[in-house]
Design a protein around this ligand. Structure first.
Ligand code: ADP
Ligand code: F6P
Length: 325
């Protein structure tokens, strides 16, 4: 028989993402609705090791669903990769009566969750990252808000770029993953998109494309560059020198991680938060919640971490085709 869960802990770990608060709220309120106690762990695994643990009630999560960031704060805790600290983390959970834990974060955070599960704390992971780079799911908490923030910012840069007949390089977040770049590439109608997963370092082709566009009467040339490729400022200087067209670089940076979550992020994060609690109440552990083909489902964390994911090739192709007039 599955062990009964009495107290559920919740923490956020890794980079923050808009919608994390909606997920925390859902964990707290669903747990209370099921008669469980809830404890919030501050600052991810660093806060767990430091025993920064607070009691939470329904009121603790009032007025947060519309707020970006995470009320629990987040951190990167490098020592948590070591087995001794993972064991200590599990012991601290037990000491505070936490027998079920919801970890909201990315793949790195899931590895920590996996280790806590192995040390006897029933654990469920929720995919929280603006990067959309978690293989087992088509949706991650925060991506929708971040990509909309980036899209709106790029529209603004485009206005001034057209007025000045410039080339603009706009760098969006995504160190290893080009999802924000690709979606903005399509949504903003960019002339070129540089994706870490597909980059072939052919800057001359980029230069030729800009010159061709100008000959055809194009008033601007928008290049969306993913953070993983980076170097937008030096790239802008080289492109200006090679094309003779004024070129500016704009790095959107951390503004993409903040802001009030979209309706989709609020609703999906709320659903995932509630589902995590339901899974814990069913006695499940070492699971991660995902969204696939219109359904919220859960996977074994080990299997989820072993899955591979790549950009949709058709989207990559249409992004290129549609950006050429
Ligand atoms: P994300 O969760 O967004 O992928 P990170 O990769 O920075 O972000 O991981 C967040 C935290 O998860 C790390 O700071 C660390 O505390 C924990 N973590 C990462 N990798 C491991 C691992 N192999 N084992 C245990 N914990 C890990
Ligand atoms: O994983 C989310 C993310 O915003 C990435 O897109 C980016 O590469 C990274 O975090 C930036 O991390 P930091 O907050 O440490 O600058």
């Amino acid at each position: 028989m599955a062990k009964e869960i009495n107290t559920i802990g919740v923490l956020t770990s890794g980079g923050d993402a808009p919608g994390m608060n909606a997920a925390i709220r859902a964990v707290v309120r669903e747990a209370i609705a099921k008669g469980k106690k809830v404890k919030g762990i501050k600052r991810g695994y660093a806060g767990l090791l430091a025993e920064e643990i607070i009691d939470m009630d329904a009121h603790s999560v009032s007025d947060i669903i519309s707020r970006g960031g995470t009320i629990l704060q987040t951190a990167r805790c490098y020592e948590f990769v070591e087995p001794a600290y993972q064991k200590q983390g599990a012991e601290i959970c037990k000491k505070h009566g936490i027998d079920g834990l919801v970890v909201i974060g990315g793949d790195g955070s899931f590895k920590g969750a996996q280790k806590l599960a192995a040390n006897g704390v029933n654990t469920i992971g929720l995919p929280g990252t603006i990067d959309l780079d978690i293989s087992c799911t088509e949706y991650t908490i925060g991506f929708d808000t971040a990509v909309n923030t980036a899209m709106e910012a790029i529209d603004k840069v485009r206005d001034t770029s057209t007025s000045h007949e410039r080339c603009s390089i706009i760098e969006v977040m995504g160190r290893g993953a080009g999802y924000i770049a690709l979606w903005c590439g399509i949504a903003n109608g960019a002339e070129d998109v540089l994706l870490p997963e597909r980059y072939n370092y052919d800057e001359q082709a980029l230069v030729n494309h800009i010159i061709e566009g100008r000959k055809k009467g194009k008033q601007h040339h928008i290049i969306i560059n993913a953070e993983g490729i980076g170097h937008s400022t030096s790239m802008a200087k080289r492109i200006e020198a090679a094309t003779g067209i004024e070129t500016r670089a704009t790095i959107l940076g951390h503004m993409q991680r903040g802001g009030s979550p979209t309706c989709k992020d609020r609703v999906y994060a709320s659903t995932m938060g509630a589902l995590a609690v339901d899974l814990l109440c069913e006695g499940k552990t070492n699971r991660v919640v995902g969204y696939d083909h219109g359904e919220f489902i859960d996977f074994d964390i080990d299997e989820a971490l072993a899955m591979k994911k790549d950009l949709d090739e058709y989207q990559v192709q249409i992004c290129r085709d549609l950006g050429n007039s």
